[in-house]
Design a protein around this ligand. Structure first.
Ligand SMILES: C[S@@+](CC[C@H](N)C(=O)[O-])C[C@H]1O[C@@H](n2cnc3c(N)ncnc32)[C@H](O)[C@@H]1O
Length: 211
């Protein structure tokens, strides 16, 4: 059954009380997919890690338990989502290891080459000009740094039949790879999981050391 518009819009940008509820439910629904993205990220001790479109911030909480990252950052353009992320990560914020920022992923409030590892999960559907977002992610990643993107690909026709197409745009794995390469990334790994309900895909890409 197709998801109603008002729920789909909350997925794109949670807002208000209902958005807060959607954000909390989402943190459970997307946990396994975020775990795979995090595993592909290969976080090393001291790495500066950014989660783009962090939403509820559950991935940041998981990242904090792994390999002792040097710093964690979460970016989202929804103040409702960031409030959930703040609550969930209170002690990390207090410790100064985590920073949360409200902002757009195609115009991020970070200096060039600020991060060693960047992930984004379930966000590309909402990026009309995905190339501009990839260009910005490339800018804030260090040469030799790794970027992992996780998404439901357009290769799965079920996705397009469930989510309203004026809110969600599904791109094929081949299209996303091509956009990443155009932005200057080198594709390092691709992961795909199919089950009876959906296909999920992750691409790990690297900013070449010489750029
Ligand atoms: C479907 S939720 C996914 C949240 C989380 N990454 C996960 O996997 O559960 C998408 C999140 O990305 C945020 N978002 C979407 N487009 C964005 C953009 N252009 N810039 C910043 N945040 C964005 C939304 O506000 C929302 O919190």
């Amino acid at each position: 059954m197709r998801k109603p518009q008002f729920i789909a819009r909350q997925g794109r940008q949670p807002s208000g009380l209902f958005g807060s509820l959607v954000g909390r439910i989402m943190s459970k629904e997307t946990a396994a997919a975020n775990d795979i993205a995090i595993a592909l990220l290969n976080v090393l001790s001291g790495d500066r890690v950014l989660d783009v479109g962090t939403g509820h911030g559950a991935a940041l909480a998981t990242l904090a338990t792994l390999n002792d990252p040097g710093s964690l950052d979460g970016l989202d353009f929804s103040s409702t989502a960031l409030k959930i992320a703040q609550k969930k990560n209170r002690s990390l914020l207090r410790s100064g290891r985590l920073h949360l920022h409200e902002g757009m992923s195609d115009d991020m409030p970070y200096a060039d080459q600020s991060f060693d590892k960047i992930l984004t999960m379930h966000t590309i559907y909402f990026w009309e000009d995905a190339a501009a977002h990839f260009k910005e992610i490339f800018r804030v990643l260090v040469p030799g740094g790794r970027f992992v993107i996780g998404f439901r690909p357009g290769d799965d026709t079920r996705a397009a039949s469930i989510f309203p197409n004026n809110v969600y745009a599904f791109r094929t794995i081949a299209d996303v790879k091509q956009l990443l390469e155009k932005a200057g990334f080198r594709i390092a790994e691709t992961e795909r999981r199919d089950d009876r309900k959906s296909i999920l895909s992750w691409i790990a890409a690297e900013r070449p050391s010489s750029t």
